[in-house]
Design a protein. Structure first.
Length: 300
């Protein structure tokens, strides 16, 4: 009778859930109808379901300079380490990322992240201790401990209002984590921080496209890319992708044809500061060739 009730409850959860974990659990129902959730081996781990909830974003990992030093970690054994700052005595869920253990609070993670909220709601086999003990942590794969630690530093600031993150690479790391765990408020905060920092034009174009940010904010970056003296290098072309590389090359040809490149402006005795006509030509080329418009009220 208890097994039948448990099966009915799981059927109800499956029909009401919209998460990407649904196919995994539905398959489990079909293959274990007569022995529902009897062993841990028959049930995907919470970490596996968490990864399925979010799926693949197509975001590459960013290079970051900040590392996790041994001074921040407390040893458990030769394989894993307790994070000294984020292994709380009163925590109620243990998570492992790479070789680092974190003991965190389900309520805080669930409050800010719908991915964690759904992950913690996944039914587990009776007697399962996943996430409850140091030797049975929830293992999050596909991410680096340094990036997850940076994410936690914003959820658990060392002092109210304090933030140790400063560089573009660090904020890109936060963006990746905010996207992965669907923490919208943190994503918006990271975007505002990136907008306030200087980013190389081509890098900014790549970032804005990767995270689907407003392309009208890229007009100055495109103008720089199509009017600079040197064309795209092979490395830049590979990073930005073939379609965008072709558009920038076509736009550069249009700039030269209309005499609006920097070398042409210099040879004609025009200064970059007062050549209003040149700026209008460059913006028009960005709009028509690359396909990005600048709102009438925008100021750059």
């Amino acid at each position: 009778m208890a097994s039948f009730v448990a099966e009915c409850r799981l059927h109800l959860w499956l029909h009401t859930s919209t998460s990407a974990a649904e196919p995994l659990l539905r398959n489990r129902l079909d293959t274990s109808h007569n022995a529902l959730l009897t062993t841990k081996a028959e049930m995907p781990s919470v970490a596996e379901l968490g990864m399925s909830l979010r799926g693949s974003h197509g975001h590459g990992q960013q290079s970051v300079s900040l590392g996790i030093h041994e001074s921040q970690l407390a040893p458990i054994d030769t394989r894993v380490w307790k994070h000294r700052d984020y292994f709380f005595a009163d925590g109620n869920v243990i998570i492992q990322v790479e070789d680092v253990l974190y003991k965190l609070h389900r309520s805080l993670l669930s409050k800010h992240s719908p991915v964690f909220r759904e992950l913690f709601m996944v039914p587990q086999p009776e007697g399962s201790a996943e996430g409850c003990a140091e030797d049975t942590p929830i293992v999050l794969s596909g991410i680096e401990a340094v990036n997850f630690t940076r994410f936690l530093s914003l959820l658990y600031p060392s002092a109210l209002g304090y933030c140790s993150i400063t560089t573009v690479d660090e904020w890109l790391s936060v963006m990746d984590q905010a996207d992965r765990w669907q923490v919208d408020s943190l994503r918006e905060h990271a975007i505002s921080q990136l907008r306030g920092r200087y980013i190389e034009p081509l890098q900014k174009i790549m970032i804005w496209h990767r995270y689907n940010l407003p392309t009208d904010e890229l007009v100055p970056s495109y103008i720089d890319a199509i009017s600079r003296p040197q064309s795209l290098s092979l490395t830049e072309a590979e990073e930005i992708g073939l379609p965008m590389s072709v558009k920038i090359a076509q736009a550069r040809d249009a700039v030269h044809a209309r005499g609006a490149c920097r070398c042409c402006a210099t040879s004609k005795g025009l200064t970059l500061g007062n050549s209003v006509g040149r700026d209008r030509i460059l913006e028009e080329i960005v709009r028509t060739v690359i396909g990005v418009s600048r709102p009438p009220s925008a100021r750059y």
